[in-house]
Design a binder for this molecule. Structure first.
Ligand code: PMP
Ligand code: GLN
Length: 393
C-alpha cells in the first residue's frame, strides 16, 4: 500500500552518512554544509523579521521584495533580464523548485535526459510525473559530454534535459563550448532544459558560470533553479528561486501552489536583504572556499591520495583506486566512518546504473581543524584497509 517509486528507495546517502557521523561522532566531510553559523548580518535580518515582521502567509509566488531582489541579482551577476512579476517563483528550496518543474511540465511518456552522477532528488520526481529517464553516464576525470553522447541520448520522444551546472558531485563548471553544444541539441529537438544552478556563486579561480538560459535560443526554453541556502552558506534555510519565461512560469507556479504554497516570509525578507547587500560576501566567500579546497587537496595529496580537480561547489573527489584503495567506494566510506571516524559520500550512490565504482566525494566547506582531522582520519582509514581490517558493505 505504498508507491514503489518511494517505498523501494533507500534513505538518501547524505542522510545515511550524516546519521552515521552523528552516531559515531565522526568528522563529517560527507553531506554538503559549512561548519560555521553563516553570515551574521543576514541571520540578524531573519531574526528581526521573525520578531517584528510579518509572519502570516506571504503571496504564493513569493514576497515582491524578494522577487525584485532576485531579478536584480541575476541582472548584475549573469546579465539576465528576468521580469520579477511574471518569471520568478520563490520556493521552499531548490528541491521544491525542481519537483515543481518536473511535476508541472512532464507528461506521462516524455523522455527526460539526466546526466550521471546525478543529484538524488531528480529521478523519483521525474518518475512520479510519469517521465521516462534516459540516463547518460559521464566519466572522470573530466565528466564531459560529447556530440556523440548527446546524439545517442536525444530521441524524437525527448522533451526535457536536466543540467546541473556547476555540478554536484563532480565540481565541474561547464565550459561555454559544452553549453553551446547542449543548446544546439535542445533547439534542434525542441527540448526544454531544466537547469539546477544552485552552485552558481560557488565558483573558483578562472572558472566562470554561464547560465544555459543566456545562450542564444534558450531564453524561452530554459527553467533555471537557484538556492539562497547555497548562495549564503545557510543550507537549512530552504529558500529557492524558480525562473522561466511567463508561459512556463504559469504552470510552474500552479505546481508550487499545491506543493508548499509558500515559503516562510521572514526567511524570504532576509534573503531579499542579503541579495541587495552581498557584494562583499559574493566576492569573499568563494575565495575562502578555494583556500579550504586547496588545504584539503594538499593534505590529501601529502598522504598519497589521488585528488581530482574541483572548479566549484563545496566538493572535491578522490579516485580511490588510484590512491591505492582496493575497496569499492561504498565499502570504503562505511569502513572510514566506522573504523576511522570520518564520513564521506560514495559517488556510486549518485548513479542508478553503470556506476563509476571508486570515487569518494569530500566536502571542504569546513574549518581548517575539521579538514585537518578529516585528512588524518582518511589516511588512517586507508592504512587500516591496507592492513586488512575491513567492514562489510
Ligand atoms: N541541487 C543540487 C545539485 C544540490 O547540491 C542541492 C543541495 N545541496 C540541491 C539541489 C537542493 O537545494 P536546496 O537545499 O535549496 O533544496
Ligand atoms: N546537497 C547536499 C549534498 O550534496 C545534500 C542535501 C541533502 O541532504 N538533501 O551534500
Amino acid at each position: 500500500m505504498a508507491n514503489p517509486i518511494f517505498s523501494n528507495l533507500p534513505t538518501t546517502i547524505f542522510e545515511e552518512m550524516s546519521g552515521l557521523a552523528r552516531e559515531l561522532s565522526a568528522v563529517n566531510l560527507g553531506q554538503g554544509f559549512p561548519d560555521d553559523p553563516g553570515p551574521e548580518a543576514i541571520r540578524a535580518k531573519a531574526a528581526d523579521a521573525v520578531l517584528n515582521g510579518y509572519n502570516q502567509y506571504p503571496p504564493m509566488a513569493g514576497l515582491p521584495e524578494l522577487r525584485q531582489a532576485v531579478a536584480g541579482h541575476y541582472a548584475r551577476t549573469q546579465a539576465l533580464d528576468l521580469d520579477w512579476a511574471s518569471e520568478i517563483t520563490i520556493t521552499s528550496g531548490a528541491t521544491e523548485a525542481l519537483a515543481a518543474a518536473f511535476l508541472a511540465l512532464i507528461e506521462p511518456g516524455d523522455e527526460v535526459i539526466v546526466f550521471q552522477p546525478l543529484y538524488d532528488s531528480y529521478l523519483p520526481i521525474i518518475r512520479l510525473a510519469g517521465g521516462i529517464a534516459r540516463l547518460v553516464s559521464l566519466q572522470p576525470p573530466d565528466w564531459r559530454f560529447t556530440r556523440e553522447i548527446l546524439a545517442a541520448a536525444f530521441t524524437p520522444k525527448t522533451r526535457f534535459v536536466v543540467l546541473n551546472n556547476p555540478t554536484n558531485p563532480t565540481g565541474v563548471v561547464m565550459p561555454e563550448a559544452d553549453l553551446a553544444l547542449l543548446a544546439e541539441f535542445c533547439i534542434a529537438h525542441d527540448v526544454i532544459a531544466i537547469c539546477d544552478e544552485v552552485w552558481e556563486q560557488v565558483v573558483f579561480g578562472d572558472a566562470r558560470h554561464r547560465p544555459l538560459m543566456a545562450l542564444p535560443g534558450m531564453r524561452e526554453r530554459t527553467v533555471k533553479v537557484g538556492s539562497a541556502g547555497k548562495m549564503f552558506g545557510l543550507t537549512g534555510w530552504k529558500v529557492g528561486f524558480l525562473m522561466a519565461a511567463p508561459a512556463l512560469t504559469h504552470s510552474l507556479a500552479r505546481a508550487h501552489q499545491f506543493l508548499t504554497f509558500t515559503t516562510p516570509p521572514n526567511l524570504q525578507a532576509a534573503v531579499a536583504w542579503g541579495l541587495e547587500n552581498a557584494e562583499a560576501w559574493f566576492r569573499d566567500m568563494p575565495t575562502a572556499l578555494e583556500r579550504s579546497r586547496d588545504r584539503l587537496t594538499e593534505g590529501l595529496r601529502r598522504e598519497g591520495f589521488a585528488v581530482l580537480p574541483s572548479q566549484g561547489t563545496y566538493f572535491l573527489n578522490v579516485d580511490l583506486a588510484a590512491s591505492g584503495v582496493e575497496m569499492a567506494d561504498r565499502a570504503f566510506c562505511l569502513h572510514a566512518v566506522k573504523q576511522a571516524g570520518v564520513a564521506a559520500i560514495p559517488v556510486s550512490a549518485l548513479y542508478e546504473d553503470e556506476p563509476v565504482p571508486s570515487i569518494m566525494r569530500l566536502c571542504f566547506s569546513k574549518r581548517d581543524a575539521t579538514l585537518d582531522a578529516g585528512i588524518a582520519r582518511l589516511a588512517k582509514a586507508r592504512e587500516l584497509a591496507r592492513t586488512g581490517k575491513k567492514v562489510t558493505a
